[in-house]
Ligand binder design. Structure first.
Ligand SMILES: [Zn+2]
Ligand SMILES: [Zn+2]
Length: 117
């Protein structure tokens, strides 16, 4: 499973990824940053490799972040560049797809349909 494009909508503050299976994922910036898989954001090496947690998109953001751009890393990951200079997170395709906050993906994972809780 791979993206066919990487689109950043600064007006809507979402990263949009159309996948090669026809699925479309939209990641609000704040949740995307909250899910940053880098060692600093995870709080240490022992927390690395944690599975993606789409619930970050249901939480009220602690802080707002703006996405300045995103680079492709090889053929397997996306490296977002944030306007505060943070650019250490490598979001693999599997991680991004697992993070997809759309209703369809949430339902498939068996998650709650609303973010209440
Ligand atoms: Zn990070
Ligand atoms: Zn989805």
């Amino acid at each position: 499973m791979r993206p066919t494009a990487i689109q950043i909508s600064k007006s809507r503050r979402v990263l949009v990824i159309p996948w090669d299976d026809g699925h479309l994922s939209e990641y609000p910036f704040d949740g995307l940053r909250a899910a940053c898989p880098c060692v600093t954001c995870r709080g240490g090496h022992e927390a690395m490799g944690a599975p993606p947690d789409p619930n970050v998109f249901a939480l009220a953001p602690q802080q707002t972040y703006e996405l300045a751009g995103a680079d492709l890393v090889g053929n397997y990951a996306l490296q977002p560049l944030w306007e505060d200079g943070h650019h250490y997170g490598l979001y693999t395709w599997d991680y991004l797809r697992g993070l997809c906050p759309c209703a369809e993906c949430r339902a498939r994972r068996g998650g709650r349909p609303t973010g209440a809780g």
